[in-house]
Design a protein around this ligand. Structure first.
Ligand SMILES: [Zn+2]
Ligand SMILES: [Zn+2]
Length: 373
């Protein structure tokens, strides 16, 4: 989480007024309705909500707690659901009046598009290697089947709300931490949409939407990585009264693997070979994420920690292409359970190589120390 003061570009001793001014500038720059970046807008808005509130700001200064329960995990990992954009409506309206979110202005019913929805899906490395077809279930407000999403029992089009003249908001003057503000509250008659229907559908109460559980089949291509998102256009929340639907995003999570660790297109794993094999050479057979096994040569004189590379036994890139490699880090297993004949053989070997068991350790240590000088 970024520093909230840095986000707004104000010093830590900035007055509430300075915070307000900085936010006004930042919000104008980032507001999605004027082509800004949605994520940046949400962040500066959050920073403002904390820093403009003396209590929240004091708590943030003291402990760094900015009121965000957890940025990841939980029921709404992406921040699209829950309060969504509606939750910050009051703040924006306080500054910008009806110029933002008010659509075409007074008297013009605005179409409020549905929100985007994000659903995580977890893939094994085997699934990343081959690509996979996934069923994704999502419970969202969907177009009402009774009225086809119009919200009207007779199928008539929505018209401008009489209570708010289609603006979707009613003006109110409220006292706040920085004096009196003209703020806009969502209109109760039209629930902030600015549109009403003359004969509300009984299935959805005129909203045009009912909660439904929908299932989509998503083809996840090979080579995807943590955090990649696949978009299903129009599968998010339905808009109110026939307005356009949001999109569904399926976000990829990669499950931990027992054997392999991912490094881009390469896969990493450890192989353990006995000390005799490391010295004499041989081969090991290892499984791959592609469902087969490969035989890997262990050259004579292989050292602990050296890496054996199996070409193209890794993962494909996004959209296919040449596979990465499988890199095997060698662990050399020194026996701890020598019986008498084995021990004698090793002693004989030490003897033949002139490696004296009594003095060798000291001599080696000396040489190492010399090497570091
Ligand atoms: Zn309906
Ligand atoms: Zn209204």
């Amino acid at each position: 989480m970024s520093d909230l003061y840095e986000l707004l570009g104000v010093p830590r001793d900035a007055s509430t007024d300075d915070v307000k001014k900085a936010y006004r500038r930042a919000a104008r720059e980032h507001h999605p309705d004027t082509g800004g970046d949605e994520e940046a807008f949400k962040q500066v808005t959050h920073a403002y909500q904390v820093l403009a509130d003396p209590d929240k700001r004091a708590r943030y200064d003291r402990s760094g707690d900015d009121g965000t329960p957890s940025t990841r995990g939980g029921g709404d990992p992406f921040g699209f659901g829950g309060a969504g954009f509606g939750g910050i409506g009051d703040v924006i309206d306080a500054f910008f009046g009806s110029s933002f979110g008010g659509g075409g202005g007074r008297g013009t019913p605005r179409a409020q598009p549905g929100r985007d929805v994000l659903v995580p899906t977890e893939l094994t490395l085997e699934e990343v290697a081959a690509g996979v077809r996934r069923e994704v279930a999502v419970e969202v407000a969907s177009a009402c089947e009774t009225c086809g999403g119009s919200g009207s029992a007779s199928g008539g089009a929505a018209t401008a709300c009489g209570q708010c003249n289609g603006v979707g908001q009613v003006q109110r003057v409220v006292r706040t931490a920085f004096g009196q503000l003209a703020t806009a509250a969502p209109c109760a008659a039209c629930r902030g949409t600015g549109r009403t229907v003359a004969d509300p559908c009984t299935g959805c109460g005129g909203d045009g939407r009912t909660s439904q559980r929908n299932t989509y089949t998503v083809d996840v291509p090979a080579g995807v990585d943590e955090g990649d998102r696949l978009r299903v256009v129009g599968a998010g929340e339905a808009g109110r009264q026939g307005a356009p639907a949001g999109d569904l995003y399926v976000e990829v999570r990669i499950a931990e693997h027992d054997l392999f660790e991912r490094d881009g297109r390469d896969l990493l794993a450890e192989v353990t070979v006995p000390v005799t094999q490391a010295a004499l050479g041989g081969s090991v057979t290892v499984p791959t994420v592609h469902g087969d096994e490969v035989e890997v040569e262990v050259p004579a004189g292989t050292q602990p920690g050296s890496v054996l590379r199996v070409r193209q036994a890794g993962l494909p890139g996004r959209g296919g292409g040449r596979r990465g490699d499988l890199r095997l880090r060698v662990r050399v297993q020194v026996p701890t359970d020598l019986d008498q004949p084995q021990r004698e053989l090793l002693e004989q070997l030490a003897d033949l190589r002139g490696e004296h068991l009594e003095s060798r350790g000291r001599g080696l240590f000396t040489r190492l120390r010399d090497a570091f000088r």
